[in-house]
Design a protein around this ligand. Structure first.
Ligand code: NAD
Ligand code: UGA
Length: 456
């Protein structure tokens, strides 16, 4: 039996530790965070994050071998394995501002571990997404102490996606574990692998060097985002040529060498990681003297920003180039469906641009309304938030679908159409709705990457 600790009880720390606790009942898992409110929520049935299936997993293990606590120092004392899952945002000051990873939270945990840990052998597991060679800095700090603890640093990046976290953790494509290429390193990797082997088939446990593991995580996100930017760039060409992006995506995705996933055109990717991880990758390339490579990856982010702006420009143009005093209702605010997370959601710049044109903005989202209020707190202008989607759309000039929640497919659009100002427009930023049907009802329908269906 080991004492397993996770520092950082966020979108990654909470779900991953709940799964380890579920499948490894012989180990005691403690999850700590400096944010007392978050810990209180984890100890209640009102979890701090919305994730389908998560509550059931937490309820099964909580109080048995899964515990949430806010005393980081005390929890560190007896830990044998310490997962570090703190946030690693983009640095907003000093050298590398807007591009480099801000490692202050990360480094603080290294110092906390060094100051409090009492066991002779401790494995520190990088769960957060980090620039390649961060483990080296971690190891240097940990080895600087006078205590007798021997530390091994292992990289075990997380690949779960929000909204499907429990599914992704239950049947991962692979679990990547990188370790130092020496006796201690190999032993540490094997101990971490043994945890996952409780439920993940051995052939899906991929053991590599620390550096390959760290870099692979950044590259996996960059490649996924690159596919989205590629398809979004082609969506613009489709709009000029009467080709249809859904048909093009299907046609290219049926080539098994390309594959069908992550080829859905949309308003642009959001979420706390894609943008930040590509910026960090790009900065690393710059740092290591590879400006061409840095620029290549930077273009993935630039296309994403352009796509969000293109969606906004389309609304403005179709609204006869004036939005002042008009009401635009956003269907969805979360960066994707099945999550309440709004970090880096394309809805945020979209609202800013709409408000800049003096539009009245209404926001509806089934799970993200509280986060949306925080995101838009500082913005000047007329913004209102609605729990009822029919109230949100009543009297509005246009609907802008931002998040592909299933429930938006099932709305009574005849009722919505009747209550809207005419001509009524719908801008489908995710190609999520039945466009023919909406057109039959009377809407002017403007999808992405395909010809609009319009009466005017
Ligand atoms: P998060 O912001 O939801 O959670 C991080 C938590 O760490 C916060 O609750 C914060 O209070 C806590 N924390 C910060 N410093 C601390 C300290 N010194 N001691 C104790 N607690 C501390 O972040 P997240 O979304 O869980 O992401 C964590 C890491 O995982 C990031 O590196 C991210 O890139 C990576 N990641 C995220 C996802 C995702 O879907 N969100 C998926 C894969 C990887
Ligand atoms: C992503 C990765 O998929 C995870 O593997 C990774 O662990 C995680 O980032 C991370 O490191 O944080 P996540 O951001 O939660 O997961 O969600 P995705 O499903 O990847 O969607 C990201 C964004 O891309 C969303 O805004 C989504 O709407 C958009 N998207 C996705 C598209 O526009 N088109 C697609 O075809 C797919």
């Amino acid at each position: 039996m080991s004492n397993i600790l996770c520092i950082g009880a966020g979108y990654v720390g909470g779900p991953t530790m709940a799964m380890i606790a579920k499948f490894c009942p012989e180990h005691k898992i403690m999850v700590v965070d400096i944010n007392q409110d978050r810990i209180d929520s984890w100890n209640s049935d009102n979890l701090p994050i919305y994730e389908p299936g998560l509550l059931e997993v937490v309820q099964e293990a909580r109080g048995r071998n899964l515990f949430f606590h806010s005393d980081v120092a005390e929890a560190t004392r007896d830990a044998d394995i310490i997962f570090v899952s703190v946030n690693t945002p983009t640095k907003m000051f000093g050298k590398g501002a807007g591009k480099a990873a801000d490692l202050q939270f990360w480094e603080k945990t290294a110092r906390d571990i060094l100051a409090n840990c009492r066991k002779r052998e401790v494995i520190v597991v990088e769960k957060s997404t980090l620039p390649v060679r961060t483990a080296e800095a971690m190891a240097k700090i940990l080895q600087s102490g006078k205590g007798s603890t021997h530390f091994s640093v292992v990289s075990n990046p997380e690949f779960l996606a929000e909204g499907t976290a429990i599914e992704d953790l239950t049947t991962p494509d692979r679990v990547l574990i990188g370790g130092e290429q020496n006796k201690h390193g190999r032993k540490a990797v094997e101990i971490v692998a043994e945890l996952y082997a409780h439920w993940v088939p051995r052939e899906r446990l991929l053991l590599t060097s620390v550096w390959s593991s760290e870099l692979s995580k950044l590259v996996a996100n960059a490649m996924l985002a690159q596919r989205i930017s590629s398809v979004n760039s082609i969506s613009a060409l489709c709009e000029r040529t009467e080709a249809d992006i859904t048909e093009v995506s299907k046609a290219i995705g049926m080539d098994t060498r390309i594959g069908s996933k992550f080829l859905e055109a949309g308003i642009g990717f959001g979420g706390s990681c894609f943008r930040k991880d590509i910026l960090h990758l790009s900065y690393l390339c710059e740092y290591y003297g590879l400006p061409e490579v840095a620029d290549y990856w930077g273009s993935v982010v630039r296309i994403n920003e352009w796509q969000i702006d293109r969606f906004f420009q389309n609304i403005l143009r179709e609204q006869f180039s004036t939005l002042a005093g008009k009401t635009i209702s956003l269907l969805g605010f979360a960066f994707k469906q099945d999550t309440g997370d709004t970090r880096d959601s394309p809805a945020i710049p979209l609202c800013e641009k709409l408000l800049g044109e003096h539009a009245n903005v209404r926001v509806h989202d089934p799970k993200a309304l509280e986060n949306a209020k925080l995101d838009l707190k500082e913005m000047q202008g007329d913004i209102t938030f609605f729990e009822d989607v029919y109230e949100a759309t009543e009297g509005s000039h246009a609907l802008a679908l931002v998040t592909q929640w299933n429930e938006y497919r099932e709305l009574d659009y005849e009722r919505i159409f009747k209550m809207m100002a005419k001509p009524a427009f719908i801008f489908d930023g995710r190609n999520h709705l039945d466009h023919e049907k909406l057109f039959e009802i009377g809407f002017n329908v403007c999808p992405l990457g395909k010809s609009p269906l319009k009466y005017i």
